[in-house]
Design a protein around this ligand. Structure first.
Ligand code: IPE
Ligand code: IPE
Ligand code: MG
Length: 252
């Protein structure tokens, strides 16, 4: 299915966001506040993921994209990085069956070549098993960076058309890592920081941004509903004026 680009044409707007993208931040601070090691926060964060995946599916959200590990997170202390990798492995191992039963299609997005072969194999198996599911598409961004995504897409485009110098947005879009999904309607960042941290740079062009102080391990269905309620109040103009929105028949 081809999805419309928010800069090329005005997308349809629905009351429930079709695509929600989340930077799950604040695991470490959640733990530190409780005098626990940071990794305890990451463990708790996995539980929050399970609940939010189900809550999104129940609300009719079609695509949920979660930032799990950024291309810059390798800069963390090595023991935290290895613990995160192990946690990712065990969570996948444990959850994939449940996801499949619940109609979740899993995609893992990012430069996976830097991961252990075992982890890469498990990801491939999980994606294959769940490929036909249609209730919700869950994309986990791992070793993902927005700039990496744009650059790998440019690379593919240029290799596909040797000698061509001018490219359109439409030509690039199919090569982006999440070409299978519409652009996010709603972006959420937990943990209080108000920045993008190299998440989906291209795809967030017209997303509604929502920031909450809540740490990710505390983010639950009620918190998700607050974010959706805020989203519903927004006027998504995509460059037009309010008056134009009031008369949708008059413009294209
Ligand atoms: C987000 O929580 C999880 C990952 C980046 C893997 P953090 O680990 O960044 O938690 P804080 O921001 O230090 O509290
Ligand atoms: C962003 O969180 C990445 C993930 C949630 C995976 P960070 O905690 O790494 O972001 P910065 O470094 O504070 O911007
Ligand atoms: Mg953080």
């Amino acid at each position: 299915m081809k999805h419309h680009s928010s800069t090329q044409s005005v997308p349809a707007v629905s009351a429930v966001p079709r695509h929600v993208a989340i930077i799950m931040d604040g695991n470490g601070r959640w733990a530190t506040k409780r005098f626990l090691p940071r990794v305890a926060g990451h463990g708790k964060g996995v539980e929050a993921v399970r609940a939010i995946v189900e809550a999104c599916a129940e609300r009719g959200i079609e695509y949920l994209t979660l930032f799990a590990f950024s291309s810059e997170n390798w800069r963390r202390p090595q023991d935290e990085v290895s613990l995160l990798m192990r946690l990712f492995m065990t969570a996948l191992e444990r959850e994939i069956g449940r996801m499949h039963t619940n109609g979740i299609r899993l995609r893992v997005i990012g430069d996976l070549s830097r991961f252990d072969q075992k982890l890469q194999d498990m990801i491939a198996r999980g994606e294959k098993l769940t490929a036909g599911n249609q209730r919700l598409t869950l994309s986990i961004c791992a070793n993902y960076g927005g700039r990496w995504d744009v650059m790998q897409a440019v690379g593919k485009l240029v290799r596909e058309h040797p000698g061509v110098a001018d490219f359109s947005e439409e030509a690039l879009a199919p090569h982006l890592a999440m070409a299978y999904a519409p652009e996010p309607d709603l972006f959420i960042r937990t943990g209080g920081e108000q920045r993008i941290s190299n998440f989906l740079l291209w795809q967030l062009a017209y997303s509604e941004l929502y920031f909450t102080e809540t740490y990710w391990p505390d983010f639950n269905a009620a918190a998700l509903d607050e974010a959706i309620a805020s989203y519903r109040q927004r006027e998504r103009r995509f460059g037009r004026t309010s008056a134009q929105l009031a008369q949708p028949g008059e413009i294209s």
